[in-house]
Design a protein around this ligand. Structure first.
Ligand code: SAH
Ligand code: SF4
Ligand code: F3S
Length: 460
């Protein structure tokens, strides 16, 4: 049997896509290889978001080219190399020019065509498909998600793809195309398959997941909140999450769902990027810093214990020291439970790439360190605040030591617990005893009431 190894970079959507690519190749008779070195087919599922991410791909391709040469020298089949994902979409045939060992380049909207592309490559040399097919596109062409492979208790499910926002720093509208939402029935079908296969938690994915507007069975556009309500009613589902959201699409019904739908977890990744209005406008984010603060107030009114998360960019063209300090202030005021900060990276073809006022690398490095220190302190503070609380833990895997189990809190914190009588997939109340740098420690808890959310926890 031939085997395939898919290596993913970048965001969670690439993780989801990797599983779908494996499904496509499984239908062609390919098993999954444990490493690239042993695989007949290696697929790099790439990310173009920052320069570093894109450049990683070429060093990995160099290594794979050497592997092909070694195999040929040993009189074996060289195997095949495919570049998928957002670098594939952005660079297309240029990838083959830079690395001729590549057999096929396939953009995110064409994964259903991968077997055909490989056949084309075997006949006539390197094949490229970076089209955006009209209509239902890749989802209609892909086989149903497989539940044979072990996916764990937590799974991703893409409900929306692409972006129409055109933030001036970002490649995603060009690499993933225009916003497309999958129909409600397609999402429900896929969720049922996942749940039948043992999944307990589903994270709905989209580049702008809260702009979801897929059609329901009556042909009317649904909202993300409407979709969440439908999913929450499926037997076997215990937890729902969604990511990534844009502040301007945080509709009232979605905020209300955080109050009304028990399965919807109290965690929200809602990137703001910067704290100064001039920078936000230059980024084309189309909201102000105060608008974001008011939005957070409304979300916290609906769900007081919600854990908030953000992305930040430092050193956007023209960002002054005072403007950067506005970002620091905003982060401190909100008190994020987690946050990712990045140095601005000029991306080919985006409006900000050639703007005057590019910030010196040393300044970006210094600002990143200051912001990172700030958000890291807030993260630790959030984690410490859960010490002494009873939290429901979704058990995901065995812990590092015998008798230990690992799982996630409602706030997406990693938690390990000793001496708990539970199975993978159970939701069990635990008492948080310690907050380490990267995870919480807990012990089994008796039936009780969570001190903050006021929700009854299940019996231990
Ligand atoms: N759709 C999501 C995520 C986009 S990519 C959203 O709208 O937030 C994830 C993060 O990468 C972004 O939130 C942004 O903080 C960062 N990012 C995107 N382009 C970047 C660039 N050119 N330089 C640095 N960071 C960037
Ligand atoms: Fe990129 Fe902005 Fe779209 Fe997010 S909303 S994917 S940052 S263009
Ligand atoms: Fe990267 Fe594409 Fe995701 S650029 S962040 S893999 S949408």
């Amino acid at each position: 049997m031939k085997t395939v190894f898919v290596k993913s970079y970048g965001c969670q959507m690439n993780v989801y896509d990797a599983a779908r690519i494996s499904d496509v190749m499984a239908a062609e008779g390919y098993g999954e290889a444990a490493t690239a070195d042993t695989a007949d087919l290696v697929i790099l599922n790439t990310c173009h978001i920052r320069e570093k991410a894109a450049e990683k791909v070429y060093s990995e391709l160099g290594r794979l080219r050497a592997l092909k040469a070694e195999r040929l020298a040993a009189g074996r089949e060289p195997g095949e190399i495919v570049v998928a994902g957002c670098v594939a979409q952005a660079e297309g045939r240029e990838i083959i020019r830079r690395q001729p060992a590549v057999d096929a380049v396939v953009g995110p909207q064409s994964y259903h065509r991968l077997p055909e592309l490989l056949r084309e490559a075997r006949r006539g040399g390197p094949a490229v498909d970076t089209e955006f097919p009209p209509g239902a596109g890749k989802f209609a062409g892909l086989p149903a998600v497989s539940v044979g492979r072990s996916r764990g208790v937590s799974a991703f499910l893409t409900v929306q793809e692409g972006c129409d926002k055109f933030c001036t720093f970002c490649v995603v509208p060009y690499t993933r195309g225009a916003e497309v939402s999958r129909p409600v029935s397609a999402v429900l079908d896929e969720a049922r398959r996942l749940l039948d296969g043992g999944v307990r938690e589903i994270t709905l994915l989209g580049q702008n997941v809260n702009a979801y507007h897929g059609l329901d069975e009556g042909g009317r556009p649904a909202t993300l909140a409407g979709l969440i309500e439908r999913l929450a009613g499926l037997p076997g589902l215990v937890r729902l999450r969604y990511t990534t959201s844009h502040p301007n699409d945080m509709a009232d019904d979605l905020i209300a769902a955080h109050r009304d739908v028990p399965a919807l977890m109290p965690f929200l990744h809602l990137p703001i990027q910067a704290g100064a209005d001039r920078v936000l406008a230059a980024m084309n984010r189309r909201h102000s810093a105060d608008g974001y603060r008011r939005l957070i107030d409304r979300i916290r009114a609906a769900r007081p214990d919600i854990a908030l998360s953000s992305d930040f960019i430092v050193g956007f063209p023209g960002e002054t020291e005072a403007e950067f300090e506005a970002t620091l202030r905003l982060a401190a005021e909100i008190g994020f439970a987690s946050a990712y900060s990045f140095k601005y990276s000029p991306r080919p073809g985006t409006p900000a790439e050639e703007r005057p006022g590019q910030v010196a690398e040393a300044v970006k490095t210094e600002r990143l360190a200051r912001l990172h220190a700030q958000v890291e302190a807030d993260r630790q503070r959030f984690n410490r605040a859960t010490i002494g609380r009873h939290l429901d833990l979704l058990i995901e895997k065995p812990g590092r030591h015998p008798g230990q189990l690992g799982g996630r809190s409602p706030y997406l914190q990693a938690v390990h617990v000793d001496g708990l009588d539970a199975r993978i997939g159970d939701v069990v109340p635990v008492l948080v005893t310690e907050a380490g740098p990267n995870s919480l420690s807990a012990r089994p808890a008796a039936r009780g009431v969570d001190s903050l959310s006021g929700q009854m926890t299940a019996a231990a």
